[in-house]
Design a protein around this ligand. Structure first.
Ligand code: ATP
Ligand code: MG
Length: 416
């Protein structure tokens, strides 16, 4: 006959076992959170690591709330099959069986926003005798809400072949684990929202630059052109004027011509019209020519012969990277030469901008300088937005900026 003491001992043992499991599960979620790079990836890794830790056979996340502002489109359902069986087959079985935790199950989590354990899934209406339950020999199920910023964003479900008792200890373990998953998801959610905002900001900036460039060119530029025409005709009819007045007239004509040139350059730098009309290769040739003239820096240009047929945001990224890199060469390197290399193939675009100048401050050798300004930060942002990578490294003499950008499937070289 069991004594009171035996019962207590059993209880303490049970508590310690759950505490240990809880610690291992929290570690598993922390590991998953550190390794995953997206919201979907965080969910997937959490499911996998939790199943690895517990031996649970099947896991599922149903994502209830998505934010339209997020760049990442999330699937509604994410599954993990611990046995490694082909997930398509399992998915088909799950779909055909309508093996869902079911509206009743999910409605309960949505209503209570609390984790819970179903010790015998086969006793649940809809679960008994269905293929997936039989196939995996599922016995118990555990459900956890994922609450991010006070909103229920998802429901995680785990299915175990072993019996899991519904008790307060399990509820505590599940509550801690679901809070850890929610914390990991919340971080990714905010990162994603921030990234999305940055992308929007860059796009708005590009649109604004294009608008300003057009406005300057078409309005102010045209007005100054008219002023020049008027001044020229006045000059032709100015024989009767005093020499000082004629001189001022000539001076005004000269000033107007210079202003027109400056407006054209400024408007070009804001947004080169060739980028829209003839593409990035032609725009780069014209830009680099003008840059060399203005700066006195000789630029060796190594570009593909054929124009590229790539999306507009990639073209803008390539152009802005070269523009900012050459501006940095001029501002920081004291080099009299630079080399711009652009090639594409193997599904990626490679950009290199090299100089023979003073190098990064303090001979830095990281992928990026420690102190970066708006220039490198915004290049980095654009490149990241296109799924690429950027590094700025010292060379024997000078500095090299290297960018690789993946080319989307359909992009190709026109005529190549
Ligand atoms: N080609 C280069 N040679 C030497 N140092 C460079 C070069 N390119 C960048 N750097 C270093 O990296 C730093 C960060 O560059 P970044 O373009 O981000 O900012 P910035 O040019 O100083 O200012 P801005 O925000 O106007 O671009 C520079 O201040 C400079 O010290
Ligand atoms: Mg700069």
């Amino acid at each position: 006959m069991k004594t009171e003491q035996d019962y207590r001992r059993k209880l303490i043992k049970e508590c310690l076992r759950k505490e240990d499991l809880c610690a291992r599960l929290l570690r598993a979620v922390a590991l998953a959170a550190g390794q995953a790079e997206s919201i979907k990836g965080t969910f997937e890794l959490c499911l996998r690591r939790i199943c690895d830790t517990t031996g649970w056979a099947l896991a599922h996340v149903r994502i209830l709330a998505q934010s339209d502002s997020l760049g990442e489109r999330l699937p509604t359902d994410i599954w993990h099959v611990a046995s490694g069986e082909r997930s398509q087959d399992i998915h088909a079985a799950i779909e055909s069986d309508q093996f869902r935790s079911g509206p009743a199950w999910q409605a309960k989590i949505v209503r209570t926003v609390r984790p819970f354990v179903l010790p015998e899934v086969t006793q649940q209406p809809g679960f008994a005798g269905i293929d997936v339950t039989r196939h995996f020999g599922l016995r118990s199920a555990l459900g956890m809400p994922v609450v991010v910023s006070d909103k229920l964003k998802a429901v995680c479900e785990f299915f175990s072949q072993a019996f899991v008792r519904s008790d307060s200890l399990w509820e505590e373990v599940l509550a801690s684990v679901s809070a850890a998953i929610a914390g990991a998801i919340e971080r990714r959610w905010f990162e994603q929202a921030l990234q999305d905002l940055r992308t929007k900001l860059l796009n708005l900036q590009d649109d604004e630059r294009r608008r300003l460039a057009r406005e300057l060119h078409d309005t102010t530029g045209q007005n100054i052109s008219l002023v020049i025409i008027n001044l020229d005709s006045l000059e032709r009819e100015a024989e009767g004027l005093a020499p000082a007045a004629r001189e001022r007239l000539a001076e005004s004509g000269e000033l107007a011509r210079r202003s027109l040139q400056e407006i054209r350059t400024f408007s070009y730098l804001l947004h080169p019209p060739l980028l829209d009309e003839l593409g990035v290769i032609a725009a780069l040739r014209t830009f680099v020519e003008g840059f060399s003239e203005r700066s006195g820096i000789h630029v060796d240009l190594d570009l593909p012969e054929h124009p590229l047929s790539i999306p507009r945001d990639l073209e803008i990224t390539i152009f802005r990277v070269v523009q900012e890199s050459l501006s940095n060469v001029l501002k920081h390197s004291r080099s009299s030469k630079a080399k711009v290399h652009l090639d594409f193939g193997g599904g990626r675009i490679a950009i290199r901008v090299q100089d023979e100048g003073t190098g990064l401050p303090g001979g830095e050798s990281g992928p990026l300088p420690r102190r970066i300004g708006v220039g490198i930060a915004s290049m980095h942002e654009r490149v990241k937005q296109c799924g690429g990578q950027l590094t700025l490294t010292p060379r024997n003499r000078g500095t090299q900026l290297a960018v690789t950008l993946p080319i989307p499937e359909l992009a190709k070289a026109v005529g190549a």
